[in-house]
Ligand binder design. Structure first.
Ligand code: ADP
Length: 563
């Protein structure tokens, strides 16, 4: 018997292929960037393709070797998109630095990644100078985002002073005979550090293969449903998990991209949406909470684009927010993911067996979940006694596996704290999956509140409190309790001009929870502290309330009695 071999060509998956495809097939598609002075700069994909090849040629001429890291310290704009493709085209690895981190963290991360070159926005040079001493880049390429002149300098290799180049001058004088660097599909293209919400930042390195598969997978109709007809405003920073991988997928399909630059205030985003109405936006819940509050506070000033859909994730999306947008005809689709998962792990869509069968309330409750895993993402829930059933009730750690999920961290052997012996990523998220395959994130392992031997989900409480009309935002943390181990303390921010008492909030929550799950105390605060990626920074809140003590009286009812 002759065995059968595949007759398919062994062509490697390559980001360069997507770049060529976009350059040839979508020359007229647009890329719009908002500049520091708020004016709009327009490019066509044909310009982007030419400039990206020039960038790659210039980097090679400057001596970039295969695998060298090129850091970016940039807002969302066309030049950043050129780095997304141009650095890998030259054989380099693009490393996005998160400009919201402290200078110490930035220096530490740039050093850990051994970044050789840096591309930086001129308006971010003051930030760069604050960590320049922590890590010596060989070259600093300044993008004249504000239009100011960049004084080029040869630097001083002996004194550790980097050479300074003007990004536009480099492109203008780049060699014209560019050829892609040889590569394998598993070669690295980009790296991101986790934002360190749960400890020291760790580097995740994406490959040509993982990036192409992620782009194909997330663009599918049941997921982001991206197409050449879309106008996308990626509000999620390009330095946060590569703006969820959407720039790669959008270029692959020739979608119009509108970059907000440094202008992320709600008024600015609403103005941009009037000028360049999007069909798709993406961002963390914080952005949309602020945006809808501003929109509703100024009736008639703006119009929200009809039919716009919005991908929201990175943190739990309150059901109240989804309803608020739905009243404006806007569909918020919640997704779950991590830097480690490229990042799209799951996204909401209505599965066939549910179509036309859900009441309004059931539909919104389901939209408040984290969606359905994508085709190449395997998920399981691990409890103390092994894998949990998909019944929507049993919670355990969410573990994932797939071709665009990291199997280790940069410079580290896969440790048992983050990876299981059988090769799954331990996400640190506590979740349940229901019989239809919808994932519900209950909490992060360390944010769960352990009360009298039972667990309370801080996320469920937060979402319920944020549904109160007087509440702008709320975060719930565990406070040690002499009798019950821990009890929930709710930190609440009220809307401007609104007021609500602790007793009123308790009464508002009472129908939705068992009595022992209700927060015993409410503290009214000015703002919930945020991490560099816009998430509730609960460890900061825990520090702030470290000295907080429960009154002598024990909690009102028996935790665990589920009355
Ligand atoms: P970091 O882990 O440093 O915060 P990431 O941006 O990679 O950086 O965050 C991933 C985490 O964000 C997930 O592990 C999860 O805890 C949280 N997250 C993402 N999407 C959701 C969601 N839809 N609901 C709840 N939590 C989410």
């Amino acid at each position: 018997m002759h065995s059968v071999k595949s007759t398919m060509m062994p062509v490697p998956l390559s980001l360069n292929r997507l770049m060529e495809h976009a350059g040839r097939l979508f020359p007229e598609s647009e890329i719009v960037s908002r500049l520091p002075d708020k004016s709009l700069r327009r490019h066509r994909y044909a310009d982007w393709y030419r400039r990206t090849r020039s960038l790659a040629a210039a980097l090679k001429k400057l001596g970039l070797r295969k695998g060298d890291r090129v850091a970016t310290l940039c807002w969302n704009h066309h030049a950043h998109l050129e780095c997304y493709f141009g650095v890998p085209a030259a054989g380099g690895v693009m490393h996005t630095l998160n400009l919201r981190l402290s200078p110490d963290d930035l220096g530490w991360i740039a050093h850990d990644a051994r970044d050789r070159f840096l591309v930086v926005d001129d308006i971010l040079l003051p930030l760069y100078r604050q960590f320049a001493a922590h890590h010596r880049f060989e070259r600093v390429i300044v993008f004249p985002f504000s239009g100011a002149q960049v004084p080029a300098s040869a630097g001083d290799p002996h004194g550790g002073e980097p050479a300074i180049d003007d990004y536009e001058a480099l492109l203008a004088h780049a060699p014209t005979d560019f050829e892609y660097a040889d590569h394998h599909e598993d070669d690295p293209v980009a790296m991101c550090y986790t934002s360190g919400t749960t400890g020291k930042p760790k580097g995740v390195v994406y490959s040509h293969r993982s990036t192409v598969l992620h782009s194909l997978s997330c663009a599918l109709p049941d997921y982001v449903a991206l197409s050449s007809r879309d106008v996308v405003i990626p509000v999620t920073p390009m330095f946060h998990a590569n703006s969820w991988g959407i720039p790669y997928a959008a270029v692959m399909l020739g979608s119009k991209l509108v970059f907000p630059g440094p202008h992320l205030h709600p008024e600015d985003l609403l103005d941009l949406m009037q000028q360049e109405p999007p069909t798709l936006t993406l961002g963390v819940p914080t952005i949309w909470l602020a945006l809808i509050q501003t929109f509703e506070a100024h009736p008639g000033r703006w119009r929200l684009p009809t039919g716009m859909r919005s991908m929201v994730g990175g943190a739990a999306v309150p059901e109240a927010l989804i309803r608020q947008f739905a009243r404006q005809g806007i569909h918020l689709a919640q997704g779950w993911g991590m830097t480690e998962t490229s990042p799209m792990g799951s996204l909401f869509f209505e599965k066939p067996e549910l179509r036309g069968r859900l009441s309004d309330d059931e539909w919104f409750a389901r939209k408040a979940m984290a969606g359905v895993p994508g085709p190449l993402v395997e998920v399981r829930i691990m409890g103390d006694e092994g894998a949990c059933a998909w019944n929507g009730r049993d919670v355990g750690e969410l573990q994932v596996r797939g071709p665009f999920i990291t199997g280790s961290y940069h410079g580290e052997a896969p440790g048992a704290d983050k990876f299981t012996a059988d090769g799954w990523l331990r996400t640190g998220d506590v979740a349940a999956i229901d019989a239809n395959g919808y994932v519900r994130i209950a909490d992060r392992t360390k944010d769960l509140i352990k009360s009298g031997g039972e667990w309370i989900s801080s996320v469920d409480l937060e979402n319920a409190i944020m549904a109160h009309p007087a509440v702008a935002e709320a975060a719930v943390i565990a406070i040690a309790h002499p009798k019950w181990t821990e009890r929930p303390l709710a930190c609440v921010v009220t809307k401007p001009g609104a007021a609500v008492s602790a007793a009123e909030l308790r009464a508002f929550l009472a129908p939705k929870f068992a009595r022992w799950q209700l927060p015993d105390a409410f503290e009214f605060i000015d703002a919930v502290p945020r991490t560099s990626t816009g998430k509730f920074w609960k460890s900061r809140l825990r520090e702030r309330f470290a000295a907080w003590r429960w009154p002598d009286a024990p909690a009102a009812s028996e935790p665990g009695s589920k009355d």
